[in-house]
Design a protein around this ligand. Structure first.
Ligand code: FAD
Length: 304
């Protein structure tokens, strides 16, 4: 008798990739196109689909083990922190699986972080590994956080530059009749990238220049809510603790089941997002089950 061994197809896997194009989009955004035959198996749930970027270790090596599943991560985290590969989270801005290509838009924020440092000097032919959705699994793969209830037609998207790639992808996928607004704070005026959004969704770019992170976004959100909701105040003063995951990241993505007055998606620096979320829920009484908020990074703290 022959035993049949079945192996579950994992929703995520590793992809060996090579930089095939480096394109400076603006002062702060650098688009890097990764290519390779393995990427023909890259899945994509769109919206704010994320991937993990695994960079060469300080000695240049790129050996992170098993291509399937996530066991590689545990194995990697068991290695010496100073010499292992850095892993960072990014948005897959465009996936062209049939061509074996994916674009990732990196915000350049200096050479303090390994990802920004790597991107700054990336050239065609450089190799990295991506961890992302596995087409063979069939999806949904996980790794998206935009979860409005079916039938929702009013949206508020709020993002800093790190979440602009995700916000632009979400805007591209909204139904043509969608209404609402997107407020996007970027470092400089030339960081205002081309947008494709339904006509009923007003897209407003805010160029921070020398101001602090969130300095323009926070009043802009307050003013918009005043316009949309008037003087209504939140009754939810009981809420003190915000959900923070074991790594210290601020993350709450309620699966909206019933369509409310609008669905809000907030992503960016954790402290700014915390204050924005308070503005919505406490100051303006927006139902917290309609607010997804994600700390994409935390000032003064490296990812992981
Ligand atoms: C779901 C998700 C999707 C994301 N998508 C993108 C994306 O498409 N493009 C993108 O650029 N980023 C994206 N980010 C944010 C990115 O993961 C972080 O900015 C990450 O910290 C960058 O890694 P690093 O190695 O450059 O810096 P780290 O080593 O993580 O941090 C080093 C230092 O730099 C600071 N820092 C980190 N990011 C910034 C920044 N942008 N500006 C100023 N200081 C910073 C940290 O506070 C820390 O002090 C995403 C994050 C998440 C969670």
């Amino acid at each position: 008798m022959t035993a049949t061994l079945t192996r579950t197809v994992q929703p995520w896997r590793l992809f060996r990739t090579t930089v095939s194009r480096v394109q400076r989009l603006s002062s702060s955004f650098l688009r890097i196109t990764f290519a390779g035959p393995e990427l023909m198996a890259l899945g994509d749930d769109r919206d704010d689909q994320r991937v993990k970027v695994i960079l060469p270790a300080p000695d240049g090596s790129l050996d992170v083990g098993d291509a399937d599943g996530l066991s590689w991560y545990q194995e990697l985290m068991g290695r010496d922190a100073a010499s292992r590969n850095a892993v960072r989270t990014y948005t897959s801005r465009h996936v062209r699986a049939e061509q074996g290509e994916v674009d990732v838009d990196f915000v350049l924020h200096g050479d303090e972080g390994p990802a920004s440092r790597w991107a700054t000097t990336a050239t065609v032919g450089d190799e990295i590994i991506l961890c992302g959705p596995n087409l063979a699994h069939g999806g949904p793969y996980g790794g998206t956080s935009f979860k409005p209830a079916p039938g929702t037609d009013r949206f508020l998207l709020v993002a800093d530059e790190t979440a602009v790639p995700a916000a632009l992808a979400i805007l591209e996928g909204l139904p043509a009749h969608a209404m609402g607004a997107a407020l996007l704070e970027v470092p400089h005026a030339d960081d205002m990238l081309p947008v494709s959004a339904p006509p009923g969704v007003q897209v407003r770019w805010l160029a921070r220049e020398d101001a602090a992170h969130g300095a323009l976004l926070e009043p802009a959100v307050g003013n918009l809510l005043q316009l949309w909701l008037g003087d209504r105040h939140g009754a939810d003063s009981s809420e003190v603790e915000l959900p923070v995951d074991p790594d210290g990241y601020l993350w709450d993505v309620p699966e909206q089941t019933v369509s409310g007055e609008f669905y809000a998606w907030l992503a960016g620096e954790a402290g700014v997002v915390t204050r924005l979320r308070r503005t919505l829920v406490r100051e303006h009484g927006v139902d917290r089950r309609s607010v997804a908020f994600m700390g994409y990074w935390r000032a003064g703290r490296a990812e992981g």
